[in-house]
Unconditional design. Structure first.
Length: 318
């Protein structure tokens, strides 16, 4: 029986493997990443985005790492401002299988605002799957957040998000669990537009730790837990959000309760005066223990319809 010529096989496989590795190595070292960065900036500009990239290099075989990236997303309307986000480092990658099959499957790792975001995203023609882990994001270091909150916020964000959004939103599932430690609202300087009052400043208030747990089943996100009990303010919310397309049309139906502690009123003359002047108008929203309670309905990005609900039991609206 003839012996298998291992040495011959090794010789004829080792040389091609060696030259292939050399090709890959020098391709990495000589690839024109600066030109790629310029091309990405041009493609983003063509789609209405403004992107600045300080440095771009490879990450593994199928990924890219961006350093000091600024992304400015276009505003949605005349009254809104562009969303401006800065990443200290952003790594985006995919798998060899995804490259070969053409699947839009990516993983990402971002460093911003003193913390980190990492996760996976799968994009189909009409479906989305997303998993994200959030660690120690400093909300005060993200000026763009003001576009959504309208109120100055400080705190440290942690959490996990899992979403599966198919073509039929009514079949969406997922779970959101986030917390914001040492949450502070207001800064005593920024004017907040309050209907009927105009632009008012809100002295900084301690809200404690915000806990938010939102399971999603059959296209409905339920506020299972939404509370923050600080030394100045106590916030609680119950309700649900029915997902619609586009998502900004999603229907909100929640009961919100806010209790302003006496210590905050004594420290903030502006808040005490505002509450005194508004006392007659808030009578129907006041609960027996002195909290302010409202039922809020409407589209997330549309006109909300708050209704005073001081006599309503604090339980999830139907």
């Amino acid at each position: 029986m003839d012996r298998i010529p291992f040495k011959t096989i090794l010789k004829w496989t080792a040389y091609p493997a060696f030259f292939f590795l050399c090709f890959v190595f020098f391709a990495y070292k000589t690839f024109p990443y600066e030109k790629l960065a310029d091309r990405l900036v041009q493609e983003a500009a063509a789609r209405g985005y403004e992107v600045e990239i300080i440095d771009l290099t490879h990450s593994g075989l199928t990924g890219l790492t961006f350093e000091n990236v600024r992304i400015v997303m276009p505003s949605e309307g005349e009254d809104s401002t562009p969303l401006d986000v800065i990443f200290d480092e952003l790594t985006v990658g995919t798998s060899l299988f995804a490259l070969i099959s053409g699947a839009q499957s990516y993983n990402f790792d971002a460093e911003l605002a003193g913390g980190e975001l990492e996760g996976d995203i799968n994009l189909g023609e009409e479906n989305l799957e997303l998993e994200v882990e959030i660690e120690e994001i400093d909300l005060g270091a993200i000026p763009a957040l003001r576009q959504f909150t309208k109120v100055p916020l400080r705190g440290v964000l942690d959490g996990e998000i899992e979403l599966a959004v198919p073509a039929e939103l009514a079949e969406s599932t997922g779970n959101i669990e986030v917390s914001i430690e040492s949450l502070k609202v207001g800064d005593g300087k920024t004017k907040i537009d309050i209907p009927g009052w105009g632009g008012l400043t809100l002295d900084e208030a301690d809200v404690g730790t915000l806990e938010l747990v939102v399971p999603i089943e059959e296209g409905v996100a339920m506020l299972e837990t939404a509370k923050a009990h600080g030394t100045d303010l106590k916030l609680d919310a119950l309700g649900k959000v029915r997902l619609l397309r586009p998502l900004k049309r999603s229907d909100l139906n929640v009961l919100v309760r806010v209790k302003i502690e006496d210590a905050y009123k004594e420290r903030s003359a502006k808040v005490a005066t505002m509450l005194e002047l508004a006392s007659s108008g808030l009578k129907s929203a006041m609960t027996t223990d002195g909290a302010i309670q409202y039922q809020i309905n409407g589209a997330i990005s549309g006109r909300m319809r708050p209704r005073a609900a001081g006599r309503q039991p604090f339980q999830a609206p139907k």
